[in-house]
Design a protein around this ligand. Structure first.
Ligand SMILES: Nc1ncnc2c1ncn2[C@@H]1O[C@H](COP(=O)(O)OP(=O)(O)OP(=O)(O)O)[C@@H](O)[C@H]1O
Length: 261
């Protein structure tokens, strides 16, 4: 169980202030969606959570321990899949397993990688394929398989489905939700960056909207109880549609403000 607490976090690249006084308390097992216009600092925030950047001021605490560097406690899935191109899909997963589970032997690693490939509904034959031989959707399934294989309590996903077509995107949203929900105890805490309000409504337990830079959190919403929305009926739920309109308005107003500056 890992709670994440972000306290008065600010971050600058040289003199450019990107994030300004971000505060967030996240309960273990939450599915957090981060929305905001392009360039507002969502990816930067994820990099800070990952420990790939250091806060200029403030801190990020995981179970009261400050995040100081990257670690296996936090897995990452990026839009560009992040698979090593010279390794097969199976080897990409096995190398992650080797890092995390030092006592696993080669046979165990291979069996586990094959299981993970099947868990993301790919054929076992994908194990021997190079990333260049796979479609975008298949590569992203492999990246998800790799991220879940090391079983990180915290998963950071930066627009993972941004480059995919609508149908593949929908399938992968369902897949991630299913993998996340499957763990009834010790469910992963997921931070998921997206531009897509519908994607956030479908996936999130909590939504945070980042404003324009220097970015602050300008809106947050927590669903009160576990919601059982699905993409077919979501648009019939009046409350959800009201929230959808509100989110679109907030993001749109921010864009307008930026245009008018
Ligand atoms: N390495 C860097 N050095 C200097 N500035 C950077 C660097 N990386 C990002 N930035 C700047 O920081 C700001 C925030 O970028 P970031 O990628 O975090 O935004 P974002 O909200 O994720 O955008 P998008 O939704 O388009 O991916 C942008 O103005 C960007 O130009």
């Amino acid at each position: 169980m890992l709670d994440v607490s972000v306290k008065h976090l600010s971050f600058s690249y040289d003199k450019d202030v990107i994030l300004d006084d971000i505060n967030m308390k996240v309960k273990s097992g939450a599915f957090i969606c981060l929305l905001g216009q392009s360039g507002c600092g969502k990816s930067t925030f994820l990099r800070l959570l990952a420990g790939l950047e250091k806060p200029s001021t403030g801190e990020i605490l995981v179970n009261n321990e400050p995040v100081k560097k990257a670690g296996l406690q936090r897995g990452v899935v990026f839009q560009d899949y992040g698979l090593f191109p010279w390794m097969t899909a199976g080897e990409n997963i096995m190398i992650a397993l080797k890092q995390k589970f030092k006592k696993m032997n080669a046979k165990q690693r291979k069996d586990e990688a094959i299981k993970r490939i099947k868990d993301v509904e790919l054929d076992e034959a994908v194990f021997d394929k190079l990333p260049k031989e796979l479609s975008g959707g298949m590569k992203q399934r492999c990246a998800i398989a790799r991220a879940f294989s090391i079983d990180p309590p915290i998963l950071l996903m930066d627009e993972p489905f941004g480059a995919l077509d609508a149908v593949t995107r929908a399938k992968l949203q369902d897949l991630v939700l299913e993998l996340w929900k499957k763990e009834t105890e010790n469910r992963k805490t997921i931070f998921f960056v997206t531009h897509d309000v519908d994607e956030a409504l479908l996936l999130a337990t909590d939504i945070f909207v980042f404003g324009q830079s220097p970015s602050k959190i300008i809106y947050s919403y927590s669903f009160k109880k576990e919601k059982n929305l699905d993409r077919k009926t979501m648009h019939d739920d009046l409350q959800v549609m009201e929230l959808r309109n509100q989110l679109i308005k907030i993001i749109h107003n921010e864009v307008q403000m930026k245009v008018n500056i």
